[in-house]
Ligand binder design. Structure first.
Ligand SMILES: Nc1ncnc2c1ncn2[C@@H]1O[C@H](COP(=O)(O)OP(=O)(O)OP(=O)(O)O)[C@@H](O)[C@H]1O
Ligand SMILES: [Mg+2]
Length: 256
């Protein structure tokens, strides 16, 4: 039965999608059955996984609002992951769901329908704390918060933690923060090193993953070529962090 992780941070461009995809592929390399859920109308995860979001007739939108079975929408890619894709259709879902019954639990239901088939479900959120992110947090067991190593990213984390606390009180008492994942780390800058320390001091109760993802232009290049970071010609130091994180997650849940 799958454990459900959400990668969330309402700050844009901190590496949520990159982390979801590469962590997903790294888990699949470890023979885990992985479902990635794109919950962002930008469809970045869908694109990274090798699909053209706007060409898709059925997406997670249809599961959310047309009751289409998940199994009719899930796509498989060449790197061993299953994907529940998204495109711009999803942008109207938040409005259409406003008066719907159990509007915060739609994703929970969708995932529960296929939970038995997977070991890991990873949900990629859009950079907002709206209804879709709330749905993801209601459905999740654990949250990974990617934080890019710059100050504005740290500030956003507090707002997300407040929402997580609210979700715990009202929708999902079991929700846990798995950890903060530092991304886009440039060891040459004093600022990035300072941010790592700030994360430790500002959030002493949260786990700070030791697998810091280094900044590298290869991530943008790999995304443009729609390949996982592990498939680039030269080895990228930041890639190792995702493989180590995948190994940790498998080990952690093997104990369950
Ligand atoms: N470690 C990294 N080093 C350098 N660039 C990176 C790294 N990780 C991701 N990127 C690049 O930074 C940009 C933003 O990354 P990504 O799309 O993963 O962030 P996001 O948090 O999902 O953004 P959004 O909030 O818009 O959904 C992309 O161009 C991506 O290729
Ligand atoms: Mg994204």
């Amino acid at each position: 039965m799958a454990v459900v992780y959400v990668l969330a941070n309402q700050k844009g461009g901190v590496g949520k999608t990159t982390s979801t995809y590469n962590l997903g592929v790294a888990l699949a390399e470890l023979r885990q059955r992985v479902l990635l859920v794109d919950l962002d109308p930008q469809g970045g995860l869908t694109f990274c996984a090798g699909f053209e979001p706007e060409d898709l007739e059925r997406t997670v939108y249809h599961c959310l609002l047309r009751s289409t079975p998940v199994t009719d929408v899930v796509l498989q890619n060449d790197y061993g992951i299953d994907l529940l894709p998204a495109n711009i259709d999803l942008s109207i879902a938040e409005f259409q769901l406003i008066n719907a019954p159990a509007r915060e639990r739609r994703i929970t239901k969708i995932i529960n329908d296929v939970r038995e088939r997977y070991d890991f479900v990873l949900i990629d959120c859009q950079p907002s704390l709206g209804l879709l992110t709330l749905n993801a947090l209601a459905a999740a067991d654990r949250v990974i918060i990617p934080v890019s190593c710059e100050y504005l990213s740290v500030r956003g984390t507090s707002a997300l933690l407040k929402l997580i606390n609210k979700v715990r009180g009202q929708l999902n008492s079991e929700l846990k923060v798995a950890g903060l994942l530092p991304t886009m780390f440039d060891s040459r800058t004093a600022h990035a090193r300072k941010i790592l320390n700030t994360l430790k001091t500002e959030f002493p109760k949260l786990h700070l993953y030791p697998h810091v993802v280094n900044r590298s232009i290869r991530f943008a290049e790999a995304a443009a070529q729609r390949i996982p970071i592990f498939e680039t010609k030269t080895q990228v130091p930041g890639a190792l962090a995702y493989r180590e994180l995948a190994r940790d997650l498998v080990k952690f849940h093997a104990k369950d």
